[in-house]
Design a binder for this molecule. Structure first.
Ligand code: TXA
Ligand code: MG
Length: 348
């Protein structure tokens, strides 16, 4: 294969399936972020993911599977799909699959015996998700197996939402033809899937391990419960580390309507705010600042957050100040990502 960033019109699905079956890695578009994919049944291929990402091998990977063909008996079809990965599929998993898949939800189940320790990080559970990108769905259907895919970024860094971001992360491997990137356009959701743990239902009910754009409220509604228990952080997952999704430029959050002259101590700063640029420029005419405005729309901010952080990181600002996000529950996923970005920022 000569081109290593490919569009759908340039390649047959069968060629991509061959590539995977030969144990090679592939960057795939999903609706959340791009994933770095390998055959879930091929330990040698999975090892390459850890090497490329520089990720510790005790951090588990999500298995991506195809949706069953729509039609009657869909519950049974979901049950069959999930039974390939878990011997203990609770009724809640089927209800959630019907409501949210394909889509940005990962469900953690007790793992079936054959699921490799390299996928589960040695834990007794496995994360499953059905992504919504049409090309990736086609690929998963043609391939027939599962693809493990972490976000296609180096460990701890900002997740990619375009094919170019993936190239920027791994250009040496792409040029050495060790990684093929499927360019499926911009990711429509923009932050990683919500992760819901259903593996300890008897002890604690369903628990959100990582918030995302499928909110706790939406999950409660579908499950017919009023709240979920909070995560006690005893389950290891890399998105659960404090410093993650991080730019190299120092990043802080602050209510931009409360800026003071002391906030402008650095030269060449970026301020990202919900407030009109014109208004801020008027208020701070002498500040050495590039102002960026974001809308108060949770879907737009989610779609743009990682691209914006990457772009700002490439501009060599001395500091980025990001406006405080609204407290409404649907912003929980963004609060989580931004807090971790702040914590991990400023480290080269
Ligand atoms: O939207 C997404 O979920 C993206 C796209 C590519 O699908 N994937 C993604 O993968 O975000 P990754 O590896 O960057 O983050 C997956 C998170 C990690 O924090 C991992 O520890 C956690 O899922 N995870 C995976 N399997 C798990 C398990 N069995 N138990 C607990 N956490 C698990
Ligand atoms: Mg990740």
């Amino acid at each position: 294969m000569s081109a290593y960033i490919v569009h759908q019109s340039e390649i047959q699905i069968t060629q991509i399936v061959d590539h995977i079956q030969q144990g090679h890695l592939l960057a795939i578009p999903t609706e959340t972020v791009y994933g770095l994919a390998a055959n879930a049944a091929d330990d040698e291929a999975i090892k390459k993911i850890y090497q490329l990402k520089n990720r510790p091998t005790n951090h588990p990977l999500i298995v991506h599977i195809a949706p069953p063909i729509e039609g009657s008996g869909i519950e049974l079809a979901w049950e069959r799909e999930l039974a390939l990965w878990s011997n203990d599929v609770p009724a809640q998993a089927i209800v959630l699959a019907k409501a949210f898949w394909p889509g940005p939800l990962t469900i953690i189940l007790k793992k079936a015996k054959h699921v490799s320790d390299l996928i589960t990080g040695g834990q007794s559970t496995v994360g499953i998700r059905v992504p919504r990108h049409p090309w990736t769905i086609q690929l998963l259907q043609a391939f027939g197996g599962g693809l493990v895919a972490p976000s296609a970024n180096r460990f701890g860094r900002i997740s990619p939402t375009t094919a170019m971001h993936v190239f920027d992360e791994f250009n040496d491997f792409v040029q050495a033809q060790q990684l093929m990137i499927l360019d499926g356009g911009d990711c429509e959701v923009g932050i990683e899937s919500t992760i819901l743990d259903l593996s300890r239902l008897e002890q604690q009910g369903p628990v959100i391990l990582r918030p995302g754009m499928i909110s706790e409220q939406a999950i409660c509604k579908v499950l017919g419960v009023s709240t979920l228990q909070a995560n006690d952080n005893s389950i290891r997952h890399s998105g659960g580390m404090l410093g993650h999704y991080a730019p190299q430029t120092p990043l802080i959050t602050k209510d931009i309507s409360q800026l003071t002259p002391a906030d402008f101590s650095e030269k060449k700063m970026a301020v990202v705010s919900f407030i009109e640029q014109q208004e801020l420029k008027k208020q701070w005419p002498d500040a050495d600042v590039d102002w960026y405005q974001i809308p108060r729309d949770v879907n737009v901010v989610a779609k743009e957050l990682y691209r914006l952080l990457r772009d700002l990181d490439n501009k060599n600002y001395q500091k980025i100040i990001f406006d405080q996000l609204p407290l409404a529950p649907e912003w929980a996923g963004l609060h989580d990502r931004l807090t971790r970005s702040v914590y991990g920022s400023g480290i080269n």
